[in-house]
Design a protein around this ligand. Structure first.
Ligand code: PRT
Ligand code: MG
Length: 217
């Protein structure tokens, strides 16, 4: 079999890998190693021609866009920031669920600041999402791009507010922050390289159908 017939699935380790495992299993695909234990970035599976590659969550759409991976699993948050060029996203997998929201320090009167037309300093990794959200509200903001630990920004006066994901809410609570606005619910999607969907139609459609049948509502 030629190398080009390989099917490559891009996943990030952690919750996305863990929550995709049952869907892969439903498609008869079992990775031979766990990325938490192994340092391998290319993980073979029980099926010769199918392999999993381990990349950063934000890099998954890029690998699939350029066809370095045929399939991938990425959060809606990541897909919005990426833009979705060259990608087909046929399935909401209903995994890695959380919410995109605005949070501020407890005691900061956000609604009043918005009402007064104050210019807000907003720190976030999700610049596109944040820009769109505040533009729609007609709120002027100074965006401060961060790559992680957004919760720290308001505590150090780097920003007035953050746009971030929340699941349990424990991180907000531990840092004396409160959610003041919900932006959108987030879950992960299966993404497919558009060209590969044509050239490897049979193999890919079989995996897509198995995933679809295994999605938990
Ligand atoms: O962590 P790393 O920097 O390597 O990359 P990443 O954060 O991009 O990847 P990962 O694996 O943490 O997240 C992958 C995807 O999981 C995201 O793109 C989201 O779609 C989804 N997801 C689901 C989450 C969360 N839940 C979540 N809680 N991603 C991040 N978080 C963060 C949240 O921002 C908060 O800071 O986890 C922290 C704890 O959340 P609480 O509310 O449970 O305390
Ligand atoms: Mg993370």
């Amino acid at each position: 079999m030629s190398e080009t017939e390989k099917i490559t699935i891009a996943l990030s380790k952690g919750r996305i890998f863990d929550e995709t495992l049952p869907l892969l299993a439903a498609a008869g695909i079992v990775p031979t190693e766990n990325p938490e234990q192994s340092r391998k970035l290319i993980i073979p599976t029980n099926i010769d021609k199918i392999q999993v590659i381990i990349v950063r969550a934000t890099d998954v759409p890029t690998y699939v866009q350029y066809g370095a991976a045929d399939l991938g699993v990425a959060g809606k948050d990541v897909l919005i920031e990426h833009g979705g060029n060259g990608l087909f996203a046929p399935l909401d997998l209903n995994i890695a669920k959380c919410k995109m929201m605005v949070a501020v320090p407890k005691g900061f009167d956000y609604q009043n600041a918005v009402y007064q037309g104050a210019r807000l300093k907003v720190a976030t990794k999700y610049v596109k999402t944040a820009r769109e959200h505040f533009a729609k509200k007609g709120v002027h903001i100074d965006l401060i791009k961060l790559y992680g630990s957004m919760e720290l920004a308001p505590l150090t006066n780097l920003a007035d507010a953050i746009v971030d994901l929340v699941s349990s809410g424990n991180t907000l609570k531990a840092n004396n922050l409160v959610e003041v606005e919900s932006i959108m619910p987030i879950s992960s999607r299966l993404i497919v390289n558009q060209a590969a969907l044509k050239t490897k139609y049979k193999d890919l459609q079989k995996i897509i159908d198995s995933f679809k049948a295994a999605i938990k509502k």
